[in-house]
Design a protein around this ligand. Structure first.
Ligand SMILES: Nc1ncnc2c1ncn2[C@@H]1O[C@H](COP(=O)(O)OP(=O)(O)OP(=O)(O)O)[C@@H](O)[C@H]1O
Ligand SMILES: [Mg+2]
Length: 395
């Protein structure tokens, strides 16, 4: 609940686009109150070492969208601080300033950080008075502090998103813990009588004549008991963390091994597999056997969604600090009403499905400190994206 209030406050005080709007208003005011023809505000990205246009007002000429560090008058601010000025046609090499005779560039920074640049340009030669210069320096300081606040807000917003994600994972984990306890108890209670029923049914089957009218019923009884045993196995496997064995593993190898398990089914159902590999060796720290179970589940679901043929795109690669495996099928997608339920234990739309495939997959991926996301294109197909932390040498 606390997060919701914080989220509303952030939304009210600093909704999307608020910074751009505020700076555009400042740019307009500066053009209207001085003899400048254009005012442009750039934001500095320290990671990219570039400036990008955030707001502009006035003449259309020279609206350059970005500067790399060191490039032109704006780019020089990555090394220098204070006010840069240029007069009398010395700016020809800089596309953003070429048509202008006079230009001033004010650093937008505080004592530690560079936030951006404020550019004022005029077609006619124009020099600021000492008083106007002082005033603009104060305005630049004020703008820098607004940009600083915006960065803090953006940081907060990201942390809030992370917190919400963590919270939902925690709820998920708690649900599973409770379910795990219950499942383990139930499995114990049910398994023994079930084994007896199965054994007895098999004995009855063996004692019947092959042409007995009861034989098909008994066979059915035996196969249904076996199915129940498999379901119990799946529940137990899901609820216990079976002493995972972690080691450095390579994602491509695991995904290919899983795909290989289904060669026959893919062929029978006329499913074309398109395999794309990006980024060389994709190393992660994990339990290879468990990860293969997770990929198997995604591939089985894809096959089941394309029983009359289709295309399965399997792409592996790197995204930041993660290795990624993406499974995209052309099986028509998930009914939008069900998308929120597919990771819930026992949710299934299939005759004979246990509804444990995806929850098991998710639990395995979460145990690896990874994530699994679904992108549903109703009527077309589904993409499951698995991300796992990349080991430092993996690339
Ligand atoms: N690739 C997919 N395309 C369409 N629907 C899907 C896909 N993957 C999962 N689903 C939906 O999510 C549900 C839950 O999937 P999950 O793998 O957990 O269980 P299941 O496949 O029904 O049963 P089980 O995996 O035990 O055989 C499925 O019943 C199906 O409705
Ligand atoms: Mg399944």
């Amino acid at each position: 609940m606390g997060y919701d209030i914080l989220s509303t406050v952030i939304e009210l005080t600093d909704g999307p686009g608020a910074l751009r709007k505020r700076l555009a208003a400042v740019a307009r005011l500066l053009v209207e109150t001085h003899r400048f023809d254009q005012c442009a505000v750039y934001e500095y990205d320290a990671r990219e070492r570039s400036f990008s246009l955030l707001a502009v007002h006035g003449a259309r000429a020279g609206r350059k969208r970005s500067y790399m560090a060191g490039e032109g008058l704006v780019g020089r601010l990555s090394r220098e601080r204070g006010v840069l000025e240029s007069h009398g046609g010395t700016l020809d090499s800089d596309k953003g300033f070429a048509p202008y005779s006079s230009a001033y560039v004010f650093t937008l920074s505080d004592t530690t950080r560079l936030y951006g640049a404020l550019c004022l340009k005029s077609f006619e030669p124009y020099r600021l008075s000492g008083h106007a210069m002082e005033l603009l320096k104060v305005i630049a300081l004020q703008m820098a502090s607004v940009m600083k606040c915006d960065r803090i807000y953006r940081g907060l917003r990201t942390s809030l998103k992370d917190l919400k994600l963590m919270q939902s994972r925690l709820v998920h984990a708690e649900k599973f813990l409770a379910l795990g306890d219950m499942a383990a108890t139930l499995a114990h209670q049910i398994k023994n009588p079930l084994v007896s029923i199965g054994g007895l049914a098999s004995r009855i089957g063996r004692s019947l004549d092959a042409d007995s009218a009861c034989a098909p019923y008994v066979r059915r009884l035996v196969s249904e008991v076996r199915r129940l045993e498999e379901i119990l196995e799946a529940i137990v496997g899901y609820s216990e963390d079976r002493g995972a064995r972690f080691a450095e593993v390579e994602l491509n190898g695991l995904v290919d091994a899983s795909l290989h398990n289904f060669d026959e089914q893919l062929r029978v159902h006329r499913i074309e597999v398109r395999r794309t590999r990006r980024g060389g060796r994709l190393l992660t720290f994990g339990d290879g056997e468990q990860l293969k179970i997770a990929f198997d589940n995604l591939i089985i679901n894809a096959i089941q969604s394309m029983e009359k043929g289709g295309v399965l795109d399997v792409t592996t690669g790197i995204c930041g600090d993660f290795v990624v495996a993406e499974f995209t099928d052309s099986g028509g997608g998930i009914d939008p009403r069900h998308v929120g339920d597919i990771f819930n234990p026992f949710f299934t739309t299939k005759d004979g499905g246990t509804g444990l495939g995806l929850p098991i997959t998710r639990t395995i991926i979460l145990r690896h400190k990874g994530s699994i996301e679904v992108t549903n294109r109703t009527g077309e197909g589904v993409t499951f994206t698995v991300m796992l932390p990349r080991t430092p040498r993996g690339a």
